[in-house]
Ligand binder design. Sequence first.
Ligand SMILES: [Zn+2]
Length: 209
Amino acid sequence: MLAATSIPGKIVKDTTVPAGANNYVSEIPPGRRLRIIDIGGQQAVDFLAFDLSNTEIRYNNANSIKLNRTIYVTKGFKLYSDVAEVLMTVVEDSVGRHDTIGGACSSQVNKLRYGIEGTCACRDNFLVALAGRGMSAKDIHANVNFFMNVPVEADGSAEIVEGLSTPGDFVELRADKPTLVVMSNCPQFYNPCSGWNPTPIRVVEWDPQ
Ligand SMILES: [Zn+2]
């Protein structure tokens, strides 16, 4: 945890986000750092990003996979938009693997997969967060999942498995464009994306000095 909480600059925002029906929304100016700390370990954080100057331009998963030549996110991974601009870059990562393909959990998929109705889910957290910005379901796009682990096998099969992060691991992004970020601290109890036990995250925004 010591490395995660050592901030070599001026802290602008420092927020703890519980798991459950919660979200984190922020406008990040270019150069600002966004550090996401996994307090308890193995905690998926579903992440949307938009060009703040025109939120119809969003993070584009397929572009990012093509241009980074990998489906796994780690230090150096650039988050490209629909029009191939770099919205953000991963500048630090103590884990080494985050997911691009698993998408956000939803009560509908939970019902199909686990037979349980009315579960708390990232899609609903996104909808609440987006509504606060005058945005809606059409703004939800294929997203990055920090701290989530979805290995793809040689035969193409893929499954959500337990994450590689331990308490105090963190990932940090730098905004390269003015960016709107929307996060859901995943409340999933029914698969291992959040270690079967969703826990809080800490989000620190800071400016290098
Ligand atoms: Zn989720």
